[in-house]
Design a protein around this ligand. Structure first.
Ligand code: NAD
Length: 382
């Protein structure tokens, strides 16, 4: 992605702790850009509205101007959003991803020394998760089986297909799990391209194809076929190795030996579970970054992966690291990798010096506020 030296980047501050972490993260971003490029480069941050702020000012939680601004700018960064009750939106985050067809949810999980981990040897944990973002049961296609139209479909299945052994009492709820070849291929291709670009050899397809033979099994099969078709040279010369693992075994392995994986590609629901389980291995969602990307159009939203944390909102206690590291992903995406390196190194030194916000601090007495933590990171930069 080619950006001007002074790009305008839209940001959604977010609800709850959004204000606490955004203002402090922005100060770190500006310090890192200034340290890296002096006065030759600078980011113009442009606020776009979503969530509660948008509702208060525009009467809707996701104004079309916000979507259009992000569509124009290609990228944006955001804090967490609280989905409003009664606006007919299942989730604001899902709506944003669907509007821009952000099909890849990318979650790098990396251990920083100094942070407590349940692992015996957390030091080599460095996995990047590619979670499919548009299909699976997240498509939101579900009904109560008692409805007459749905009843007709069930009757049809029971009479015409081999599903007679399956009970569908009137009280059942039924969901559809669409997994397409196109959807699987574009996600797995992104994972492979990422692995090659970062000189990582193993791409693991995680699936439940032993039971769900068409959907999860399709994901696995299409992944192997794609790799053979488009990456035969890379496989032959040893730069790329595709393998697969059943999802339940994968969950066990990441709790015991996450070091064995480089890049993993998963369907939507499996990816959801695995992302947070892996995050817990390296300090939790407070320090786990994420991005939702459409590599074909270039659109990308970089976001804190945690929620609005209403229990600590407005108290200057939240950990800004998830948003800071998402910012690093964004700087890499626009080709400003040096800025990302500066922030990561400063964070690493801050943690190594034993400076933490309350979620990671060994005791409440030693915990830093959000702003003091961000200042400690800025001190490391300068
Ligand atoms: P949550 O992530 O907001 O909070 C879970 C726990 O983690 C809380 O104890 C919270 O204090 C803590 N926590 C979260 N982020 C933290 C941080 N940066 N620093 C320190 N502690 C942190 O999850 P929840 O309570 O289930 O959800 C609250 C709201 O957030 C809901 O409205 C939900 O819809 C929304 N949500 C939004 C997103 C998003 O925008 N991407 C993601 C998840 C949840």
């Amino acid at each position: 992605l080619v950006v001007p030296d002074n790009p305008t980047i839209p940001f959604i501050e977010g609800d709850g702790i959004g204000a606490d972490i955004w203002e402090n993260s922005r100060a770190v971003f500006d310090a890192a850009v200034s340290y890296t490029y002096g006065s030759t480069r600078h980011v113009e941050w442009k606020q776009v509205l979503a969530g509660k702020k948008a509702h208060a000012q525009c009467g809707t939680s996701l104004p079309s101007e916000t979507i259009e601004e992000i569509r124009r700018s290609l990228i944006a960064i955001k804090g967490p959003l609280e989905t409003p009750v009664g606006e007919g939106i299942r989730s604001l985050n899902v709506a944003l991803r669907q509007e821009l067809d952000l099909y890849a949810c990318v979650r790098p999980v990396r251990y920083f020394a100094g942070i407590e981990s349940p692992l015996k040897h957390p030091e080599n944990t460095d996995i990047t998760i590619f979670r499919e973002n548009t299909e699976d049961i997240y498509a939101g296609i579900e009904w109560n089986a008692g409805t007459s139209e749905v009843r007709k479909v069930i009757d049809f299945l029971q009479h015409n297909m081999n599903v007679t052994k399956i009970r569908f009492p009137q009280t059942s709820s039924i969901g559809i799990k669409p997994i397409s070849r196109e959807g699987s291929e574009r996600l797995i291709r992104s994972a492979i391209e990422y692995a090659l670009a970062h000189k990582l050899r193993h791409v693991t397809l995680v699936h439940k194809g032993n039971i769900q033979k068409f959907t999860e099994g399709g994901f696995r099969r299409w992944g192997y076929e794609l790799a053979q078709r488009e990456y035969a040279n890379e496989i032959a010369d040893g730069r790329l190795e595709i393998n697969d693992i059943i999802a339940d075994n994968f969950l066990q392995q990441i709790l015991l030996n996450p070091q064995r994986f480089d890049v993993v590609a998963l369907t939507n629901l499996n990816g959801d579970y695995a992302s947070d389980a892996l995050a817990a291995q390296v300090g939790g969602i407070g320090i786990s970054p994420g991005a939702n990307i459409n590599y074909a159009s270039g659109h990308a939203i970089f976001e804190a992966t945690h929620g609005t944390a209403p229990d600590i909102a407005g108290q200057n206690k939240a950990n800004p690291s998830s948003l800071l590291l998402s910012g690093c992903m964004m700087f890499e995406y626009i080709g400003w990798s040096k800025v990302a390196d500066v922030i990561r190194e400063a964070l690493q030194k801050t943690f190594a010096a034993g400076l933490f916000t309350a979620d990671l601090a060994p005791s409440a007495r030693t915990a830093l506020s959000t702003s003091d933590f961000a200042q400690a990171v800025i001190d490391q930069i300068s």
